[in-house]
Ligand binder design. Structure first.
Ligand code: FAD
Length: 170
């Protein structure tokens, strides 16, 4: 069932803040459909954000269970998070965790074209390291590249409450 964010006031819609979260997270958790069971793997990613259009690029070995699942059903869901900072309070209900995160769904495509794989790996490395890399045919031949066409996503940031910030300064 799809629904809006319960804590709507925490939703992040500013594209610059969304880019900041995408740049920071580095790792996402990819949910796949395994028959009638969920299957989740952690993966590093690269991305492009053109207007609202988010595309994710993942790399993996040539074989593996997640690839088998994607071929059978390309529907995916992902979650990434960063700026994770636990905070304390006086009462149990005042403890919590500050964080920023993005969640969304889309379709996975296994990229086969050599030039497209090189481009995806360059985007992947740029997102992961901030550096520009070039790839030779041989390098891309030994990896799988997964392109996720994200159909919808939302971003959220929970700041540390004022009380906890004051407590930290003491
Ligand atoms: C922080 C982080 C970043 C990662 N980044 C990448 C990435 O960019 N690309 C990538 O391909 N992989 C990455 N991995 C590893 C990834 O999460 C999977 O372990 C790996 O991709 C193999 O997944 P698979 O579905 O192909 O499993 P297979 O290797 O085919 O294994 C099948 C079974 O082995 C078990 N298994 C597999 N992996 C794990 C695991 N990590 N922990 C416990 N049990 C496991 C499960 O029961 C699984 O069903 C990362 C892992 C972490 C923790």
């Amino acid at each position: 069932m799809r629904k809006g964010m319960t804590r709507r006031e925490l939703e992040v819609t500013d594209p610059n803040q969304i880019i900041e979260i995408l740049d920071k997270c580095k790792i996402l958790h990819l949910g796949l459909v395994d028959g009638d069971e969920p299957y989740v793997v952690a993966m590093n990613y690269g991305y492009t954000l053109e207007g609202d259009a988010l595309t994710l690029y993942l790399h993996a070995a040539k074989t593996g269970y997640k690839l088998d699942l994607m071929r059978a059903n390309p529907k995916v869901f992902f979650e990434m998070d960063c700026d994770v900072t636990p905070f304390e309070g006086d009462l149990p209900c005042q403890y919590g965790t500050a964080y920023a995160s993005i969640m969304g769904r889309g379709q996975a495509e296994l990229v086969e074209d050599v030039e497209a794989k090189k481009e995806a790996l360059s985007l992947f490395m740029k997102s992961q390291t901030g550096k520009d890399f070039e790839f030779q045919d041989k390098m891309v031949s030994i990896v799988s590249i997964i392109k996720i066409h994200v159909s919808e996503y939302t971003a959220k940031r929970r700041e540390m409450p004022l009380l906890a910030r004051r407590k930290e300064k003491l």
